[in-house]
Design a binder for this molecule. Structure first.
Ligand code: KG4
Ligand code: ZN
Length: 353
């Protein structure tokens, strides 16, 4: 079966095609991505209306590019999947509208996907895919969650942030230091030249015994430190960046290791944009190696938002028998879910069309 996936939840338009007939995991035939980052940089963050309008411009040319790359015709596609949420409402509506219009024109079923399920399953696109069950650390711009994953569609929340997400902590700290949007990768680059122990920044909820996170206080601590430094900030920026990164990473690593201990599972999957962070990867690798835990990451290009993870997740649902193609329930009317809890997913009906 050929599954087309369309992602448009935030500031990246992604389209991909997978084939579910070639093995235990769907095979990626082609994918294309357009990132709006440069457009939003002038505003210091994502402007939702501009994001929606740009998705409209990109989504069909990207779809044509993917079909050409894969040397397939749209008529051969068996299922069209799109990101139904969570994300920016207007941006989601573009992907949903285009997916449903295409499906209606082709007489094919559609399937609304959960963006975080895409992130969570994205390591299955790598050459060394994980096996179920595993613990997943989901660290994106909007989410920080630890989940227990027993199989496709079975997601149990173990802990999550009570305020800001880890990506937000990176981005807000970076903004305070005058770095461009999105701040995470810029802050990580600057931190390479700094000393992570230079400033003592808070590690909230580190020892509270549960698996919840809190990052809102960190931004205030970085701001206070920056103000204290005054004119000296410019020469100490790398140290402040390294210290902020060290604080975020230490909390993510300790909580992930606690989740491994609490569940007794031996596999950890790291997904979402912050999963690209090199310090996080090296510290997780070291901590997990000591405990006999294997860590899986998506390929770097699939860490941040992309269409491949949406096509893959839909293909995996199809392979797992969670999609009933023969019983269209919703027709081609569609809705989006800007706020949507991943743990609710298993209870949802999974009829396509
Ligand atoms: O998963 P993602 O692409 O989008 C959301 O669904 O939110 O994650 C984007 C987030 C941003 O906060 C960005 O700054 C962060 O991931 N990020 C990083 C790195 N690369 C991306 N944070 C730290 N270090 C990185 N290398
Ligand atoms: Zn994302």
């Amino acid at each position: 079966m050929l599954v087309l996936g369309i992602e448009s939840s935030c500031d990246e338009t992604g389209v991909a095609l997978v084939d579910t007939a070639c093995g235990a995991v769907p095979r990626l035939l082609a994918h294309a991505l357009y990132s709006q980052i440069v457009m939003h940089q002038a505003y210091g963050g994502v402007v939702p209306e501009l994001a929606s309008r740009d998705h409209i411009r990109r989504v069909l040319p990207l779809t044509q590019e993917v079909m050409a790359q894969a040397q397939r015709a749209l008529g051969q596609v068996d299922l069209i999947a799109y990101t139904r949420g969570p994300g920016l409402a207007g941006a989601l509506l573009v992907g949903a509208g285009v997916a449903c219009a295409l499906a209606a024109a082709l007489g094919k079923p559609v399937l609304g996907m959960h963006h975080l399920e895409g992130h969570l399953l994205s390591p299955f696109l790598s050459a060394d895919p994980p096996e179920f069950p595993f613990v997943a650390l989901l660290v994106s711009g909007g989410h920080t969650q630890l989940m227990r994953v027993d199989r496709v569609g079975s997601y149990e929340l173990l802990g999550e942030t009570i305020d800001d997400a880890a990506g937000e902590a990176f981005d807000k700290s970076a903004k305070l230091m005058g770095l461009p949007y999105p701040g995470g990768p810029h802050l990580a680059k600057l931190a390479l030249q700094g000393d992570g122990a230079a400033f003592k920044l808070p590690r909230p909820l580190l020892h509270n015994g549960n698996l919840d996170f809190s990052f809102a206080g960190l931004k205030t601590a970085v701001l206070t430190q920056a103000k204290k430094l005054g004119l000296e900030l410019e020469s100490r920026k790398a140290d402040l960046a390294a210290s902020a990164q060290a604080a975020i990473v230490e909390v993510l690593v300790k909580k992930s290791l606690s989740a491994m201990a609490q569940t007794g599972l031996k596999r950890l999957v790291v997904a979402g944009g912050v999963g690209a962070n090199a310090l996080l990867r090296s510290q997780l690798n070291a901590g997990c190696q000591q405990r006999g835990v294997r860590v899986h990451y998506p390929e770097l290009e699939f860490c941040t938002d992309n269409g491949a993870m949406i096509a893959l997740a839909a293909g995996m649902r199809l392979q797992a028998g969670l999609v009933k193609l023969d019983k269209p329930q919703r027709g081609y009317t569609f809705d989006v879910r800007p706020r949507w809890n991943l743990a609710e997913l298993q209870a949802e009906p999974a009829f396509a069309g």
